[in-house]
Design a binder for this molecule. Structure first.
Ligand code: SF4
Length: 493
């Protein structure tokens, strides 16, 4: 089949990313993209900049070994290939018959005279589907059996050969089907994907009108499809069901899990909070703890640039922190953090180091491994059986059903009817913090640098203050059952 050759109707390697994430998004890209403005956020821009720097570094290396020519069109690429140019930078490949266009970072001439496609990727692994499809498409257009090369972010060069062909076949076949579809494909809500999708405002009203079950926290799109097939397709219908009548489906098996899901549906419809059991918080002196780390380092090892702590009596002047200016101070920052913990251990008879999610504990474990300090006294205490670390997310997830689609710290704290704590900077977040820190790294003006540091510290102070507010909210509302009606304490069998 010869496809219409307009750019919109060509299969592009960049389609792979949206195809893996959501088929509807790919369809909308092909059929409606003119009406949608796609805004690139600060974090995505940072990734693009770092990706470009990586590509330029690979280009420089290749230029030191080979003659490299930059291509500016499909025709020019063909000419350079016919001339036997050793390395073609930013080549453009087109297979008109199949309707596929590709833009490999490099085309490297093999001793056989054929060309190998190569891309520079920040990823540490060649096993990501998106990378495999992109490189597989270049191979398909080049129509030779040479493996594609991937210059990974950790310095390794990987190769991808015929083993990726089945995945590429599926992608191409599915893309061709999407081109011919006149109606957008059916889709379910995904809390992680839809909120950051440019088509969110397009899709959300439909999900709400249909009361799609995937709008419920914990109900996967596949589960929603299976339940619809079993005759339960709306949140109202689901909330009126009993656990006994709901069939077992992937991700929704067992009586207790189904009861939780039904309460989640009731909470969604009414805004009611359900408490499954009383919450017991550990006794002691609480210090709230949150880290900021940068995954986009040159070594690709996460660097904690800020270890933030809120000590009694929890006012803004009780915020303490360990800050490092860059990755070269990584070890110093870690040691100062351990010293700070020892200081608290002596200062407070029974220390509780409260954090939200497993990230802080996992990071301490990684740092202990990184510096071969698993047997360090403070590390043994932090990670041992009598650890002072306490993850506040656990009682929330185990004992509460909240009228939320996500149970992240910001979801709970920002909600007006729940904790109702608002961050001073409305645009701040963990990715925002990474962007600010990367700006801090390259800023040379001391005044501007200081301002960036202050903004990051303010954000982290709000984070630890939020976990403190969450602690207070849990104590006030769920330890004594004073805030919510007695009926809201529901014991699951
Ligand atoms: S909003 Fe969600 S369902 Fe709609 S296109 Fe985007 S990711 Fe897909």
């Amino acid at each position: 089949m010869i496809l219409n050759k307009s750019a919109q109707n060509l299969i592009k390697p960049s389609d792979a990313t949206s195809w893996i994430s959501c088929i509807r998004r790919t369809w909308l890209n092909k059929h409606q993209s003119k009406n949608i403005e796609i805004e690139i956020g600060g974090f995505e821009k940072l990734l693009l900049d770092i990706g470009l720097a990586h590509k330029i570094a690979i280009l420089t290396k290749l230029q030191q070994q080979y003659e490299v020519h930059q291509a500016d069109s499909v025709k020019h690429t063909r000419t350079l290939m016919q001339r036997g140019t050793p390395v073609i930078y930013q080549g453009q490949l087109l297979d008109e018959q199949e309707g596929i266009i590709g833009y490999p970072d490099f085309l490297i001439r093999h001793e056989s005279g054929q060309y190998q496609p190569a891309d520079a990727k920040l990823s540490h692994s060649e096993n990501k589907k998106g990378i495999q499809i992109q490189l597989g498409l270049y191979r398909r257009i080049l129509a030779n059996h040479l493996p594609a090369m991937v210059f990974l972010g950790n310095g390794r060069t990987a190769t991808l050969g015929d083993e990726i062909n089945p995945l590429v076949d599926t992608f191409v076949m599915n893309m061709k089907q999407l081109f011919t579809m006149h109606e957008q494909p059916m889709a379910h809500y995904s809390h992680s994907k839809c909120r950051i999708c440019p088509y969110y405002t397009h899709c959300r009203p439909e999900f709400e009108a249909k009361e799609d079950l995937s709008l419920l926290h914990g109900i996967h799109g596949r589960t929603a499809s299976n339940l619809a097939a079993a005759g339960i397709s709306t949140i109202t219908q689901f909330s009126n069901s009993s656990a006994e009548t709901i069939p077992d489906t992937p991700y929704l098996k067992g009586h207790k899990r189904k009861q939780r899901a039904i309460l989640q549906a009731r909470s969604f419809l009414t805004g009611q909070v359900f408490q499954l059991d009383s919450i017991t918080l550990p006794k002691g002196t609480w210090v709230h703890f949150d880290i900021e780390d940068n995954p986009l380092t040159s070594s690709r090892r996460r660097h904690v640039y800020l270890w933030g702590l809120l000590t009694p009596s929890y006012s803004s002047k009780d915020f303490e922190y360990i800050w490092t200016d860059d990755e070269t101070q990584d070890y110093t920052g870690w040691i100062h953090f351990l010293e700070k913990i020892e200081q608290y251990r002596k200062q407070y008879s029974s220390l509780i180091l409260a954090h939200y999610s497993n990230h802080e504990k996992a990071t301490i474990r990684k740092y202990a491994e990184r510096y071969d300090m698993e047997d360090h006294t403070t590390v043994l205490w932090l990670l041992g059986d009598n650890s002072p670390l306490f993850d506040l997310q656990k009682p929330v997830q185990e004992q509460l059903i909240l009228p939320l689609q996500g149970y992240g710290l910001k979801d709970i704290c920002k909600h007006k009817d729940l904790v109702n704590f608002q961050w001073k900077n409305k645009h701040s977040g963990s990715q925002w913090s990474v962007v600010q820190f990367n700006r801090f790294l390259i800023e040379t003006d001391p005044k501007k640098k200081g301002k960036l540091k202050t903004e990051i510290l303010d954000y982290n102070r709000d984070d630890v203050t939020a976990t403190w507010q969450l602690e207070k909210w849990l104590r006030n509302c769920f330890q004594t059952h004073t805030h919510f009606t007695p009926q809201s304490l529901i014991k699951l069998k």
